[in-house]
Design a protein around this ligand. Structure first.
Ligand code: DC
Length: 230
């Protein structure tokens, strides 16, 4: 099941998209693309260049130079800026705070969407996750999912994830940050977070990670079988 299969997973922060996408890709034997990491890398570039994240032309100008890339040699693909591995740095609080304002700019989105399509063309098959993958980037993907959960559940999961990584996390603060990102991500004009028409919606609050992966896998296999019969 790995020739030309693109599976998209969209949804707000904290629905478990990244982990689910990675496990699903592993089971299917194809690569996983974390598009949020690309926006985070651009946010990091703006921080390091001393450019305000809401300055559209200055942030877009940064993309004339080196672009975020992935090293797919690792099971969990590493995020690269030039020869630098920034996979851990892009999860820091300052990057998280800058990423939604950076991802509003149409020129940034346009460039990263081009890169995402180039990655899909290079590998053929992909599980890709983000906010606009099924709506804008790969509207013809074989299977498109939208994961959702209440903001409080998502904030609690994020707190547990951050603490497991040895980072400090306070529930109220994480909840405020998640709600602020939801608002910016779903109200921007270009590629807003939305449930793609025709996508399979999965509510993850009452499900374990394994149950979500099993559910998605069953849907992918069912679609692949149906497509094979046509
Ligand atoms: O999935 P994440 O939390 O790492 O994403 C970080 C931010 O990147 C998120 O707040 C919105 C933005 N993003 C986006 O605009 N489009 C995508 N396809 C993926 C992420």
């Amino acid at each position: 099941m790995n020739s030309g299969l693109v599976v998209t997973i969209d949804g707000p922060a904290g629905t478990g998209k990244s982990t689910v996408a990675r496990l699903l890709a592993q089971t299917l034997g194809i690569h996983f693309l974390d598009t949020g990491a690309m926006y985070r890398a651009v946010a990091l570039m703006s921080i390091e260049a001393g450019v305000r994240p809401d300055d559209a032309s200055a942030v877009s100008g940064l993309l004339c130079g080196e672009l975020p890339d992935f090293d797919f040699e690792h099971e969990l693909p590493r995020v690269q800026l030039g020869s630098r591995d920034v996979s851990a740095r892009i999860r820091d609080d300052d990057v998280t705070a800058a990423v939604s304002p950076v991802s509003v700019h149409p020129a940034v989105r346009h460039r990263l969407v081009e890169l995402q399509r180039a990655i899909a063309a290079r590998w053929g098959s992909l599980v890709t996750e983000g906010r606009d993958q099924g709506s804008v980037v790969f509207p013809d993907a074989a299977v498109r999912f939208y994961l959702d959960a209440p903001a409080e559940t998502r904030a609690q999961r994020r707190v547990e994830q951050l603490r497991a990584e040895g980072r400090r996390a306070e529930f109220a603060q994480v909840l405020i940050s998640i709600c602020a990102r939801d608002r910016i991500d779903s109200t921007r004009a270009d590629g807003p977070l939305t449930r793609p028409v025709g996508a399979i919606v999965v509510q993850t609050a009452a499900l374990t990670l394994e149950e979500v992966v099993a559910r998605l896998l069953a849907d992918v296999r069912a679609r692949a079988t149906t497509a094979g019969r046509q």
